[in-house]
Each structure stands twice: as C-alpha cells, then as structure tokens.
Ligand binder design. Structure first.
Ligand code: GLN
Length: 453
C-alpha cells in the first residue's frame, strides 16, 4: 500500500501511531480488491482508517499508551471498529493517546508525545491536543481519512480543534462502548475524526446502533442520517451561552465565534445570547466523578488476568501493588488516589453524591436551553494549539480546567457535540468552534456543520 510509504516517511516527525498494522492492512486491501473485482463492493471498501489505541483490535496490540498494557493483544474487536472492518475499511494502525485517555495533549504516553502537524517548527512543536491526538494527527496528516477517538470530557473534540479536523461526539448510547477500554463509563463515548462532514456522517451511519454487548446503548434501531439537500437555517434557533466567554479565551477565538454567529444570523438563523449558569461548575464535577470512576475502573489491573505483571510473588498484596506501581504513570495514580478518597464512607456524600447532584444541574442547563433554542454555538478550545514546551512546563499536566472548559459540559449531559475548523490564527494554526444540540439532534448538527464547512 502506497500509504505506508508516506506514513513511514512522515510519522517519525509527528508520532501519530503506536502500532502500524501494515501486514494486516495488506491482507484487508486484497480482500477489498477481490470484492470490488467481483462487483461485490462493500460501503467502506478501500477506505483507510485508524483507531485510537484504547479500542480493542483482535490480534493487534492495544496499549492505552501505558506500560500496564504494553504487550496486551486483545482476542476480540471493539464493536465500533468491528463494524468498520465488516464494512470493508482497512486499518492502517493504532494511534497515540495520553495514558488511558487521561489528558488533553497526547503528551503522557509511554511512546512519547504526538506533535501537531501544523507546528511552525517540529523541533519546538505545538501539542496536537488530546487525548485522541494520534487519531486527529493521522487524519490531519492524510495518513487515513477517518480515525476513531474516544471522548470522555472532550478528548475527540479537543485534538480535532487543535489539528484542524472534524471531531464528533454523538449522543451517549448511540455508539457502543464494547471493547473501548473504559475511562469513565458514564461519560465515555466513541468519537469520529474526519476531514469532511460527509465522511463523518458516513462513518457514523456505519457504526451507530444498539449492541447487546453494551447495555447502555439505546435499544431503538438506528435510522441512518441523510443530509438535507436544500438545508437552510430559516427555522433554526441558535443559542450563544455567555458563560463560554470565559477567562483565558483568546481574542482571536472570540472573534471567530462572534463572526460565525453573525454569519449564521445573516443566513436566516435566529441567534440569541443565553445563560447556562452551571457551566463553570462542570469542570469540578467532571474532575470528581472522573476520579471516582477511574478509581473503580483501574481495579481490574491486578497483574493476574492480563497486562503487566511485576516479578514479586512474595504475597498477593505485593504482586498487586508492585504491578500497579510499575504499570501506571503519575496521572493515573493520582486519579486513583483522589477517587478512592472521594469514595471513602465519610466523604461519599460530601463529594461523590454532591457531584452527581451538580451534574444534574449542568444537565438541566442544557434541557432548559434546548426548550428555547435548537443548537448551541461555542468555542471548542480557548486558543490555538499551545507549544508543547509551555504545556508541559514545570511538569504541570493539570490543564483540565482550561482544556476541557467548553467540551466537558456535553459529556455531563450526554448530548451530541461537533468541533469544526473555522479559520487559521495569526500563528497559522487552526481555530475551531463547537456545535451542540439536544439528544438525537445529530442530523441538525451535521446539516449546520456542512453549511458552515
Ligand atoms: N482532559 C480530560 C481528562 O483528562 C479528557 C479526557 C477524555 O475525554 N478522554 O479527563
């Protein structure tokens, strides 16, 4: 496959892939070619895809960017990837991520950081965003036309925004999480990264729908989305939530946001400023709930069933603790510790239950908004892509509040959201905006995104 020459030539520069699946891809390409020759072409025959390395792929190692799963080879496919494969797509490789999806820069992987393809100078690179930064970069670098990411607090939309591609997180429950190695089960959603809205719709139609292997998928069968040919914004009400005009938002992003609101209005939409007062609470709630779920999710890594095993068998206790000490990075360990603290009997009500209640308030903000308007338009990230050196300065990886401010509310509420590149900043880096809608409003989001595109 020609594409592997290109990948091998250029991937070293940006480090989008953890594993290249060249042999596997050649086999799949042959199968595709045979089907096409027989006139039995499948929908995605010949389409190159990549997959974040937290989706299980049968026979291909799946590392989560961690020592713990460095040599883990799953025996089954994640449902969403399986559907791509069954539709003829060709997997070129598994992409880099922050360990287990914990991060916003793709800087915390044992395989090293992924660099932004738009960097002015790859020796002093920009971050590509994260945690699905490998997937966003693979699409941005034309290594493939589609990549799967995951989105717990923004991990698909954030790197899409910094890398200048479409990043889409659907309504919770429309895409199966089976085989997606969990971070926060109540917020995780597989995400789709593509160059165009049309591709995004195509892939979404291929992989959406109920799955017996994930009890949180919506049971109703999924009706594929067809974009409207003559879509116009006439009856569309668009809300501009003023809380998203927050501290740290750069004037360039604010300007792109304002201009887009004007553009939509000029084209017939009704645009109005609204208030979503719990927006700022979202980050805190996200952080508490994230750490609680992480604490219980990570308990599965004990060195017994799968993954890394330390060579200390003096006692079961010692084996567990040494395995985890070696297998996880500091970010993961911190979240496990904090989560267990919040879940202590004496803290449970004060932190965990309280956070659940505030999560409901964040979610109610959306309900109230969507009783008056159809879509929300906000920034995706507060600036263009930061320099890697700034982002990791003083080993400060605690960027959550800044990075996830605009993206994590949608995960609290489970609503669909899409990041779309708008223009280039004065640094020649992508600036993107986000569209959010009520549950199951994917069609309107895609139509509007296509209008903007
Ligand atoms: N930055 C967030 C976190 O570290 C986003 C994670 C995600 O969406 N996977 O938790």
């Amino acid at each position: 496959l020609e594409v592997f020459k290109n990948i091998k030539r250029n991937n070293n520069d940006i480090n989008a892939f953890i594993t290249l699946s060249e042999e596997f891809a050649l086999k799949k390409a042959e199968e595709s070619a045979n089907r096409i020759a027989l006139g039995k072409k499948l929908k995605l025959d010949g389409i190159l895809v990549a997959c974040k390395d937290n989706f299980c792929t049968k026979g291909i190692r799946t590392t989560c960017g961690s020592i713990m799963l460095k040599n883990f080879v799953p025996t089954y496919n994640a449902t969403v990837y399986d559907k791509l494969e069954k539709a003829g797509a060709i997997l070129v490789g598994k992409t880099n991520l922050d360990q287990y999806g914990m991060g916003s820069g793709t800087v915390d992987s044992i395989f090293g950081p992924t660099k932004n393809v738009w960097s002015e100078n790859l020796n002093n690179p920009r971050i590509c965003g994260g945690s699905s930064g490998g997937s966003a970069s693979a699409v941005a670098a034309n290594f493939c036309s589609t990549a799967l990411g995951s989105d717990t607090g923004g991990s698909t939309r954030n790197p899409a925004s910094y890398s200048g591609v479409i990043g889409f997180k659907p309504t919770y429950g429309l895409l199966s999480r089976h085989g997606l190695i969990p971070l926060v089960n109540s917020m995780d959603v597989p995400g789709i990264l593509t160059k165009t809205v049309d591709d995004c719709v195509d892939i979404f139609n291929t992989i959406a729908g109920p799955d017996d292997l994930d009890s949180t998928t919506i049971k109703k069968s999924f009706n594929p989305i067809e974009l409207s040919e003559n879509f116009n914004l006439k009856n569309v009400k668009i809300g501009i939530p003023k809380e998203y005009n927050c501290e740290g938002l750069t004037s360039e992003v604010l300007e792109a946001w304002t201009k887009m609101a004007d553009f939509l209005e000029e084209n017939g939409a009704r645009v109005e400023e609204i208030s979503m007062p719990y927006t700022t609470a979202s980050i805190f709630v996200y952080s508490i709930l994230n750490q609680c779920e992480v604490a219980s999710n990570m308990a599965r890594y004990d060195g017994i069933e799968y993954g890394h095993r330390a060579d200390d068998e003096s006692s079961t206790e010692n084996l567990y603790s040494k395995t985890r000490a070696e297998g996880f990075n500091g970010v993961v360990k911190n979240r496990i510790l904090a989560g267990n603290y919040f879940l202590l009997r004496k803290n449970y009500e004060k932190y965990f239950l309280k956070a659940l209640k505030v999560r409901r308030l964040v979610s109610d903000d959306f309900k109230k908004a969507f009783s008056k308007i159809d879509l929300l338009l906000t920034p995706t990230t507060l600036s263009d892509a930061p320099l890697l050196s700034d982002f990791t300065k003083n080993n400060n990886r605690d960027q959550c509040a800044v990075q996830d401010f605009c993206t994590c509310p949608a995960n609290m509420a489970g609503v669909p959201a899409l990041s779309i590149p708008i223009k280039l900043s004065s640094n020649n880096l992508p600036i993107s905006l986000q569209l959010m809608g009520p549950n199951f409003s994917e069609k309107l989001i895609f139509n509007t995104a296509k209008f903007i595109e």
